[in-house]
Design a protein around this ligand. Structure first.
Ligand code: SF4
Length: 458
């Protein structure tokens, strides 16, 4: 853990967009700046340094960053007039992809840094404080950032994230990750296990392993051998006081048999998997360069349910990829009907500059994309509601994570990632307990505690 015995002298505000990887990175940037005297600020107004940790996946991501930068410019100027300084940094995938444009369009930005260079942040802050002109670092340095970042500073609470893998070599036609996060990199076994133990010691009872291609992870073990994700999961399952393990995001191509079997063999592995398929049409999957067919995805789903009968599945869909026909869309609908998803994220295809699909002919008209997305989302919503409804009356184990909105209520999550609240003492936070689900709300569940003597205090 980072020693922050010196009380914070400066305030840091980080705004985070996008995936859990970015949330994790924001935490690490805060860790790396703590020794420089930076503590958390509640708002950008009260901050001496603001970092926008950006995501490039969705349409207009860059525009949102620029409009935020416009507001921050006003704040920065007001502070300057009052004789105060505000360091402004843009990090993450928009910084990586559009670093030069950021400094050209927003010269009041002090630091632009890509996801692989966070460990250089203190040096860049020091230079930005001295020099005029933006500091840009969007390299993919040979030395890996993980070697240079400090141990995570604070406990993440009962649910913790642990990045084990970064980058991607798969080059899906619509995705910027291989360009912004670089080639696949797997952290070594010893570093991951050490971090996991520290997280558990800090109170984590659920660890979610993160990676853009988490099931492609292959880390070097201390004896020089290479472990795959399955082996790592078995090792994590040996840790005392860690009743829950998850991993995300996976690619169907890397779901091998051992990993599927692990879902039946490791009780700590939660019965919920996010496995993006994107489309149910082989023609579109080929155009997307996904490297698998719909059949493989269906087979994996069946085998996962065979290994773990209470397995719930979640996925990502892109509607309206260039060249997608009505038949292709129908194939996606058919796949969704066949699998039945507990949760899903679906989006209209949007042209990401620099990706192969952006330049392809036969872009699908917006109104067609809208109609297809509506149809797909209606079915996915129906499946999600049905899944949650089926949970009513069921008993399950819940990890309590934080106080609820109302006095006497505690929030938690089920094994299937559903948010849940129950009348329960706050002392249950950070522990697992058995509940019976009583009510389904639109986006959460209500439950009653079962015999309190059964509480599995950690
Ligand atoms: S597998 Fe495809 S969608 Fe996922 S990060 Fe890699 S390129 Fe992007």
């Amino acid at each position: 853990m980072t020693d922050t015995a010196v009380p914070p002298r400066k305030r840091l505000f980080i705004r985070t967009w996008g995936c859990q990887m970015n949330v994790y990175d924001s935490g690490r940037m805060a860790d790396v700046l703590a020794p420089l005297g930076y503590g958390p600020a509640e708002t950008p107004e009260e901050a001496d340094m603001v970092i926008l940790n950006t995501c490039h996946i969705r349409e207009k991501a860059a525009e949102k960053v620029f409009s935020d930068l416009g507001r921050l410019r006003v704040m920065k100027e007001a502070k300057a007039e009052a004789g105060q300084k505000m360091v402004l940094a843009v990090a993450g995938c928009v910084a990586q992809a559009e670093g030069k444009e950021i400094t050209a369009r927003a010269p009041w930005v002090d630091i632009v840094l890509g996801p692989q260079t966070y460990h250089r942040l203190p040096e860049m802050v020091a230079r930005a404080s001295r020099a005029a002109g933006a500091q840009i670092d969007t390299d993919f340095p040979v030395e890996q950032k993980f070697d240079h970042l400090p141990e995570p500073a604070a406990s993440q609470g009962p649910v913790a994230f642990l990045t084990i893998q970064e980058g991607c070599d798969k080059f899906c036609s619509f995705c910027v990750v291989p360009y912004t996060r670089g080639a696949e990199f797997s952290r070594p076994v010893a570093a991951i296990l050490a971090e996991a133990k520290a997280l558990v010691a800090g109170g984590a009872r659920e660890i979610a392993l993160l990676g853009q291609n988490v099931n492609a992870w292959h880390g070097e073990a201390p004896d020089g051998s290479t472990w795959n994700l399955t082996r790592l999961l078995y090792a994590l399952a040996e840790l005392a006081d860690l009743p829950r393990i998850r991993y995300t995001t996976s690619h169907p191509r890397d779901m091998d048999e051992g990993l599927i079997r692990a879902h039946g063999a490791i009780p700590q592995l939660m019965p919920f998997l996010h496995l993006p398929v994107q489309s149910g049409s082989d023609r579109v999957l080929a155009a997307m360069n996904r490297g698998h067919k719909a059949d493989l995805f269906l087979r994996i789903c069946d085998e996962l349910r065979e290994a773990r009968p209470d397995m719930a599945l979640s996925s990502d869909f892109i509607v309206g990829h260039p060249g997608e026909t009505a038949e292709d869309h129908a194939a996606t609908m058919k796949l969704v009907e066949r699998v039945g998803f507990a949760l899903a994220y679906s989006f209209k295809y949007s042209q990401r500059p620099g990706t192969p699909a952006a330049g392809q002919p036969f872009q699908v008209a917006e109104d067609v994309k809208d109609a297809r997305l509506q149809e797909l989302q209606a079915l996915l919503r129906q499946q999600q509601d049905g899944f949650n409804e089926d949970c009513v009356g069921r008993e399950c184990e819940v990890l309590f994570t934080n106080p609820g909105r109302h006095p006497g209520q505690v929030m938690g999550r089920t094994p299937w990632l559903q948010p849940l609240h129950a009348e329960a003492p706050l002392s249950l936070i950070g522990t697992t307990a058995r509940v019976r689900v009583t009510v389904r709300h639109p986006n959460s569940l209500r439950a009653t505690l079962l015999d309190q003597k059964e509480l599995a205090l950690a």
